[in-house]
Design a protein around this ligand. Structure first.
Ligand code: DHB
Ligand code: FE
Length: 285
């Protein structure tokens, strides 16, 4: 049987990808950001999963306003890096896990979640920056990845509660897969930021740190927070944080199991127009 053994949460700031790709990681502005991921890269090597389910958002790279899936699971064999802004990052092709992805699609749709099935998709910084932060700059990514896209760009966006419930459904799907796979689920995006309008540049450290606290100890409470609260307190793009609730919902404490163990917590501000937040939670059984 497959099982989820850990959840990982991280920001996906595109400028982090550019800093890595342009060799700027040792610069005084960036060094503290990358220092926060030294532990994580080693932990990833020591706890290498068989598959990563990577919950992220596309930034009008693969999807445009012509088509806006609220939840989309990618079932392809591979995904090419692409991006707006700095252009495609010089990172390896992302290999998928079509068999597990198809099983998750089948199971989660039968649990009454309407998922869009994607069989061809390019992946932007929302997916490649978390991979770089956790895996460094290898010739090939060390694990297959199932991209799971959530619309947090064009309103209406899904509620935190729906994201948490989706995570619970994904857990059931993984646990009903016959092969013995060690699976990690990653929730990415955030933290507080607003990229346009009179409040552009907004960062709210108090909100971000309270969010990290509640992601650890009170995910049900955080899931009840309406999206308008994120917009007010964390800015229009801060609502990317609801994606973390998908990964958090997949942990076993939300199905009556023991609380996960916090193995790493990191927060740094500023990075580009936002803060960097990061958690690693391990299942304890
Ligand atoms: C920035 C952050 C994001 O999450 C994003 O998708 C684009 C830009 C920023 O901080 O500039
Ligand atoms: Fe973003």
């Amino acid at each position: 049987m497959a099982r989820i053994t850990a959840s990982i949460f991280t920001s996906h700031v595109p400028a982090i990808g550019a800093a890595l790709d342009m060799g700027k990681t040792a610069e005084p502005y960036w060094a503290p950001v990358f220092k926060g991921y030294e532990f994580s890269k080693q932990w990833m090597k020591d706890n290498k999963p068989d598959v990563v389910i990577l919950v992220f958002n596309d930034h009008a790279t693969a999807f445009s306003l012509e088509m806006i899936p609220t939840f989309a699971i990618a079932c392809a064999e591979q995904y090419m890096p692409a991006d707006e802004g700095w252009g495609p990052r010089p990172v390896p092709v992302v290999h998928g896990h079509a068999k597990l992805a198809s099983h998750i699609a089948q199971s989660v749709i039968q649990q009454d979640f309407d998922l869009t099935i994607v069989n061809k998709m390019d992946v932007d910084h929302g997916l490649t920056v978390p991979l770089s932060l956790m895996c460094g700059q290898p010739e090939a990514w060390p694990v297959p990845v199932i991209p799971f896209a959530v619309n947090v760009v064009q309103y209406p966006v899904p509620s935190g509660q729906r994201c948490l419930n989706l995570g619970k459904a994904i857990r059931k799907a993984v646990e009903s897969y016959d092969d013995d796979l060690n699976v990690h689920i990653w929730g990415t995006g955030g933290m507080s930021h607003q990229l346009q309008g009179p409040r552009a540049g907004l960062i709210n450290k108090d909100f971000d740190n309270a969010f990290l606290d509640r992601m650890i100890a009170d995910p049900e409470g955080q899931a009840a927070v309406p999206h308008i609260h994120y917009v007010r307190e964390a800015g229009s793009e801060g609502v990317e944080l609801v994606m973390w609730l998908v990964a958090r919902g997949a942990m076993s404490d939300l199905a009556g199991g023991p609380a996960p163990r916090v193995v790493h917590r990191f927060y740094h501000v500023p990075a580009s127009n936002t803060a960097v937040g990061h958690l690693i939670l391990e299942e304890t059984k």
